[in-house]
Design a protein around this ligand. Sequence first.
Ligand code: RB5
Length: 152
Amino acid sequence: MRTIVIGCDNAAVHLKNELMGFMEKKGYTVENMGCDSTEDSTYYPYVAEKVCREIINSGYQKHGVLICGTGLGMAMTANKFKGIRAGVCHDIFSAERLKLSNDGNVICMGERVIGAELAKRILEKWLELDFVDCASTSKVEAIKEIEGENLK
Ligand code: RB5
């Protein structure tokens, strides 16, 4: 089972705690990069940065969950890191495609958008799948090619 690195800003502490408990119950090792309090005003990009650096340092073995008010800022930041493919998912179909079509290694959600029970089902779908070589492989390779040209 993969190790999952999780992080949130102060808009999403409650949902992060729910999702951490959910994953731990399922047997995943979860590494928490904060925030742990709604009083912690660390900007979401710095939390996303911590999580992404941990994934990169693991040789991309670890995957990530990033939660903020909407998931949007977390995804924007995460996609600035080489080898990170992050997407916002508030439905199960997108979570499935994030893994199977895009080889997404970071899933993002927003506590102000989605309830905890649906978020758990979405996360469960994304966690249980693995990207396999398929018609989407060359498209993911094209993302990497563009990334190589544009990210130092
Ligand atoms: C609050 O800072 C809010 O902007 C943040 O949680 C997130 O929704 C940004 O994308």
